[in-house]
Design a protein around this ligand. Sequence first.
Ligand code: SF4
Length: 900
Amino acid sequence: MPAMITVTIDGREIRTEPGKTILEVARANGIHIPTLCFLEGLLPIGACRLCIVEIDGYDQPQPSCMQVVEDGMNIRTDTNNLRQMRRDILKLLLLEHPLDCPICDKAGECQLQDLVYELGYDTKIVEGTAGVPMLHKPPVEWSTIGIKYFPSRCVVCQRCVHVCLEKVGRGVLEVGKNGSTPCIVPAHPERCISCGECLAVCPVGALTENVSPLKARPWEKTKTRTVCPYCGVGCVVELNVASDQVIKVTTDDTVPPNYGTLCVKGRFGFEFINSDKRLQKPLLRQGDSFKEVSWDEALNYVAKKLKDIKDQHGASAIAGLCSARCTNEDNYIFQKFMRAVIGTNNVDHCARLCHASTVAGLATTLGSGAMTNSLEDIEDADVVLVFGSNTTENHPVFGMKLRKLARMKGTKIVVVDPRRIDLVDDAVMHLPLRAGTDIALVNAMLNVIIREGLYNKKFVEEHTEGFEELAKLVEAYPPEKAEEITGVPKEDIIAVARAYAQAERASIVYCMGITQHTKGTDNVKSLSNLALVCGHIGKPGTGVNPLRGQNNVQGACDMGGLPTFYPGYQRVDSEDVRRKFEKLWNAKLPAEPGLTVVEMGHAALEGKVKALYIMGENPLLTDPDLHHLEEALKKLELVVVQDIFFTDTCNFAHVILPSCSFAEKDGTFTNTERRVQRVRRALKPKGEAKDDWKIIAELSERLGYPMFYKNAEEIFEEIRKATPQYAGITYRRLEKVGIQWPCPTEDHPGTPILHVGKIARGKGLLVPIEYRPPKEQPDREYPFILVTGRSYYQYHTGTMSRKCKVLNYGAPEPVLEIHPMDAHVLGIASEDTVRVTSRRGSIELKARLSERVKRGEVFSTFHFNEARVNLLTGSELDPVAKIPEFKVTAVRIEKVEKGE
Ligand code: SF4
């Protein structure tokens, strides 16, 4: 701790650490100094000069945002002289400002307006401004799909320039010139990712939002704090509502996990809520179409069919999919319904298709299948290995943080990914391994680390078991051999192994490039081996950190939306656990584990499953080998889809039940770092739509098991009893900031870092893992490897994101990324339509020539129903986690000739 110093501000003696600016010290001590350009978290800009202060010994007032405190300094922040100087600065700004407040979106929220009031609303400030022609002709207004720029209102504070450069890492905007007057110009529009961070920090109405046609003054709006409905980062958002419509999304600078940052989806992806395509009434199949029916008719029909099927074929003939997009309360009620009312453990959801291997792998090696550390504590890492995670596109706010750390702090980022993803620009190294060869690469890193004695011997001895077996196995993976398998030069493997092992704090971040393989569980265990051998676990800036894809995929797993676990990962095949839940739910529960997502499809095809109840999932786009799944769904006697839109899966439904979107719900989501956060209702339900949990509860009553919950909080109170990790969390405690589980008691602060001092399992298990090649290899008939994934602008199956204009503008259609050399050989030009064929099916989409992919590999996303990539993928499963191999599919590519 540095020696403290003493300064005097406005007569108050203040003890502070050296090295801080006067503005920082003043703010920390509740002393207000006006400013237009300063922003917490950015380097001082020093553009507006409003924060000037008087300091003894200085001839002139100094900007407090730039001046560092010194011991004994005597500072005055609010003298007549300073107020007059600030008024003069404001006057100069107002001479350039159009004073078009009545038509400015920012009126009532404008910091320039506020300062005019603060510094004395009198003629001295505005004299010579109102009604006086502006000194300079303003440059032409411009706009993007999401943002309008009114240069005449710009005060050139440069916040937008600096936030784009420092926080987002894009550098789109620069200070340019309009004649002799400085102004902001979009110098590099091609770099813009429409995140709207510039819009968020603009203190005046120069940058305004260009999405909602409906505008409202601050006093006409309500702001409801809730959680972004898209990715697993779980950013806090404020829904700005007027006339029962969301007209804008803002956020709060002061709370984790996003501290005021949003990406394009969180900021501009809200139009789906108000879409006229929302389901508003229950629908019942009538031949090839659907008729609108009452809730009574729909639920009576479903209850009768479920009862008949159960009576005739047994409870295991019924299966259900809960949802990573619904709240914890919805998912808890859904799995309770399947187990206590239907009597089966056949409940799963699409976590099976993204991170089931994480849950299985990390639970085996560490004793907890969740992210070990917090998103925030990556700031403490010296080295970050990013394995199979396109972070800037799929977890954008966390991706921005990584970019910022690399640029501003010098954190060494290593990207291990077949594609040259955006993050490579900020990485010290990129290891472009062949898809599906991760284990060979990690084993070679371990080979180097152990052979060179770089592993953490003390940690290995005290906190792990299985080291000898692991060390013996990795002897067979020298870097030369890994180079042959992975295509990564051995020198790079050695360099990264040394950098990771020798770093004081090193973190592993991974995503579906690791998990979506038939050996996904082994991949996860492999990364766990790496962290344990180096002792990079249980401390800030370390750990094994899976980034969960959807907003509540962590919560849906926590709530027992899995065929092998009750809430809190308590095993269904444990008699003690079963008895506990039988008592809690007052019902006889099944002992056998249930079917997973893909197994449900197989069982339906075999006639073993007769009914499928789907809450908020769209398997007709997300599941592998879709022809096979379509055949399976056609054989079912009952398919119920409960959703907010008519999805692709609805085409196979017998009953469709309209539910509420996140904006109409109360409840909780749990983000990727185990943070449980409040979801709050901002709008009335659309039409006759109901909360997901209410629909299930009403159905349950019809099946003879009434559920008496008045609201979501009552369900959460039961969740606390069922789920030890959530026992200490209450809605009251979640009022402002989310809490990270485990949180066993109401006075427990939550757990940002797991395995501190002791691995949850007791000792970390080191598992020797042999490399096995992916099931499908390229051959003469199918010479390319297709890797599937997501894009920055779209989300999952597109049901929400494709209803939003900014997102559709960013990614309007499916494309196939193909290396220009491969395209050249095949006679394919950019924008040509190509046919992609695997052993299971064929799709057509546009080609995009890109050096992001290697030769021999192509990439596409699964968001688009006009080119369903999962018609191509196979349903071979990881034997433990039952996750399919989405990342490696052998395909051939042909140009589709005109007229074909
Ligand atoms: Fe929403 Fe994820 Fe973007 Fe945050 S990073 S705003 S949670 S989509």
